[in-house]
Design a protein around this ligand. Structure first.
Ligand code: MN
Length: 463
């Protein structure tokens, strides 16, 4: 089943028709207030702000903040998302170029007097943020050697009228930029705002360098993403987006950026970072501005689902009987991984732990449980730690490995890793681990025979 959502508007229309879109009826400020509503509704409903102080453009935030939302956007069940994601990485669909006239995102083209803060309701989110940040922009660049595009999301501080400070971690966008910077030249970039959850999710794929995430979005969607060539840069952007900022990352320029409240709920510090200059803006008639709150469930799940897909594949390369993986919300969808597996040989769970450490540097703690455990039920997982784990034989600790630089307890990212093998020993006496059960619970129609009150209400009287 292919997903029906071609655009942010199609997704919002779908939510609106199901009465699952929260609409804030009062005028709101871009200064903290939109962030506050987003936080309040986080994990339940996307929120739309038609009336933003000082702007005619509405804001939408938290467009998908539950696994169910992402599954609906993908047109599958929550337990099918990972397989669907892996299939899309293996079977990308090339984007399809449309003419500018057929691209809503180019209905308006602005090349003069660009003042981003005047044009768009860019939000100030957390108390100590250095200022307003663009948080839901898909950054698209083209590799100068291979010609392949790359899509990623970066926090973007508004540093001037048409100037953005960007945190660009040493991944694919950075690699393309370095190739140009070494020649003393800028790298063209397009920042795309206002897209559906599939495009957001695809942008976070842990795909090899050289794989265009828009083509993964096509694979997820089951059909090509319509794209249009930008007006001033050699980059193709989703034609049904709301807003595109066209510009360049400047070579050999670094300016102060930060602090910024990041996904682990701590501030990323101020330092000198890359600078993007915007020289053209295109947008739809009456565009919708999209925001994403750092550390929100939306932000966390956008990282979790693609990472779970990559980790599942990596773990199955080590032990094919790995069943499922879960990056927990409490672990900020990056640091804590739960794995279920069918253990065939003693010791395999520890191999899975090592494969998980190697699978992504963010993984800090791994809990491995037997296949019948529901790893999305954290009470069950804790029960396994409580009753199937002995530190003396089941604990794995590795010191001095690379972890997340955004974990404040790590030493500039150098971190200890922790593994819990909570699988039942293969040689254990079956009765020692026999789980209690009440016979005939299954298929019993309890609710047919349960009322909230007694037929005879004198039963509880004192006389
Ligand atoms: Mn990439």
């Amino acid at each position: 089943m292919s997903a029906p959502f071609q655009s942010l508007r199609a997704w919002l229309r779908y939510l609106h028709n199901k009465e699952e879109l929260a609409v804030v009826t009062k005028p709101v400020s871009t200064r903290y207030e939109i962030a506050a509503y987003t936080k309040h509704l986080d994990g339940s409903r996307p929120v739309y702000f038609p009336d933003v102080d000082g702007y005619t453009i509405p804001v939408v935030s938290g467009i998908a903040s539950t696994r169910q939302h992402f599954a609906e956007a993908l047109g599958c069940r929550t337990d099918e998302m990972i397989d669907k994601f892996l299939h899309a990485i293996d079977h990308p669909i090339p984007s399809e170029m449309v003419k500018s006239e057929a691209a809503p995102v180019q209905q308006h083209v602005v090349t003069e007097d660009i003042d981003l803060m005047k044009m768009f309701p860019i939000c100030l989110h957390q108390e100590k943020d250095s200022g307003p940040y663009i948080t839901a922009g898909l950054a698209i660049v083209r590799d100068p050697e291979t010609g392949k595009q790359n899509v990623s999301i970066h926090r973007l501080q508004v540093s001037g009228k048409n100037r953005l400070g960007a945190l660009i971690l040493p991944r694919h966008t950075f690699a393309a930029f370095k190739k140009m910077e070494e020649k003393g030249e800028p790298l063209e970039i397009a920042i795309v705002l206002g897209v559906d959850p599939i495009l957001m999710l695809a942008s976070q794929a842990i795909a090899p360098l050289g794989q265009d995430e828009l083509e993964i979005a096509g694979g997820l969607r089951g059909e090509a993403v319509p794209v249009v060539r930008c007006k001033t840069v050699n980059i193709d952007v989703p034609a049904y987006a709301e807003i595109v900022l066209e510009g360049k990352i400047l070579p050999h320029v670094r300016e102060p950026e930060g602090p910024f409240g990041e996904f682990p709920a701590y501030y990323g510090p101020k330092s000198n970072k890359e600078v993007i200059e915007i020289h053209c803006v295109t947008h739809r008639e009456k565009p919708i501005y999209q925001a994403c709150l750092a550390g929100s469930d939306e932000n966390l799940l956008l990282g979790a689902i693609p990472r779970e897909a990559s980790l599942l594949r990596a773990l199955r390369n080590t032990v094919p009987t790995v069943r499922n993986v879960h990056l927990t919300m409490g672990g900020k969808c990056r640091f804590h991984l739960v794995v279920s597996m069918k253990k065939r040989n003693e010791g395999e769970a520890k191999n899975v732990i090592f494969a998980a450490f190697a699978g992504h540097y963010d993984v800090k703690k791994v809990i491995v449980v037997d296949e019948e455990i529901d790893i999305f039920d954290m009470d069950q997982v804790e029960w396994c730690v409580a009753t199937r784990f002995q530190a003396e034989r089941d604990l794995v600790v590795v010191h001095g490995a690379l972890g997340s630089k955004l974990d404040p307890s790590a030493d500039d990212g150098v971190s200890s890793k922790l593994g819990f093998d909570c699988t039942v020993p293969l040689g254990a006496e079956p009765e020692d681990y026999e789980v209690t059960r009440i016979p005939s619970m299954e298929g019993y129609h309890f609710d047919q025979h349960i009322e909230s009150r007694l037929a005879d209400d004198r039963s509880f009287s004192e006389d």
